[in-house]
Design a protein. Structure first.
Length: 240
């Protein structure tokens, strides 16, 4: 890490955020420690999930997994101070980038009127070169584009919602191009606890992905090595 530049702090002079991701657990595998910090500061964060994660557990059919994962996500969000969790019905594992997805996210932005949009990595790979999956790429890219869609009154006119141009930046978690970070030293344990609420999902996994404290600590220490040695969550900040 010595040859990489130090990470800059994510701006925190805002009050409202909307987090947009593909599946239950996407926020918990990284961003929820930062969200816990922000809600503790009195900020309001709402969640929008493109799917219900119904295809995410190999041992459970979608009609059982979807409602279960929805409940686990709602419980997980509550751990970090989030009480607004909305689900769309795009098909887990087959989410497509396009106008329907952009429209749904733009509608949520117009309803919630956030200053910040939080989303997941929309690039081909994660830090370290690990391949990203199609749903993550589609939703992250659509979230970025929907910020401008939501601001343009002549786009998605059928929504009958006032345009919203108040989004200042998009914070992309787990990006290979991250240049910013959030100190989660004081809220790291809440982030771990929020991931542990995905009990059925974790039970079907193996390796470090099934060990919330281990997985999250490794990532937080890697980001923290470029952020003053504190436990940290990294973001790519896209200024709108």
């Amino acid at each position: 890490m010595a040859d990489l530049p130090e990470l800059e702090p994510v701006p925190e002079d805002w009050e409202r955020a909307l987090a947009v991701v593909a599946h239950p657990d996407d926020l918990e595998y990284g961003a929820s420690g930062a969200i816990a910090r922000w809600t503790a500061q009195g900020k309001h964060v709402a969640y929008l999930l493109a799917s219900r994660g119904e295809a995410g557990i190999d041992t459970l059919p979608p009609e059982q997994a979807g409602p279960l994962r929805e409940r686990e996500q709602t419980a997980s969000a509550a751990v970090v101070g989030v009480d607004v969790v909305e689900f769309l019905d795009h098909p887990d594992g087959m989410i497509e980038y396009g106008l329907p997805l952009r429209r749904d996210i733009a509608a949520a932005i117009r309803r919630h009127r956030p200053e910040v949009v939080i989303t997941g990595n929309h690039h081909e790979t994660f830090p370290g070169g690990f391949l990203n999956m199609a749903d993550h790429r589609a939703v992250g890219r659509a979230a970025v584009d929907a910020v401008r869609d939501a601001a343009n009154r002549w786009v998605f006119r059928d929504l009958d919602l006032e345009p919203w141009s108040g989004v200042r930046f998009v914070a992309v978690n787990a990006s290979p191009h991250g240049g910013h970070a959030v100190d989660v030293t004081d809220t790291f344990d809440l982030g771990v606890a929020s991931l542990r609420e995905h009990k059925a999902y974790l039970a079907a996994l193996s390796g470090d992905m099934a060990r919330p404290e281990v997985f999250l600590r490794q990532a937080a220490e890697q980001a923290g090595a470029r952020f003053g040695g504190r436990l940290a969550v990294g973001f790519e900040v896209l200024v709108m």
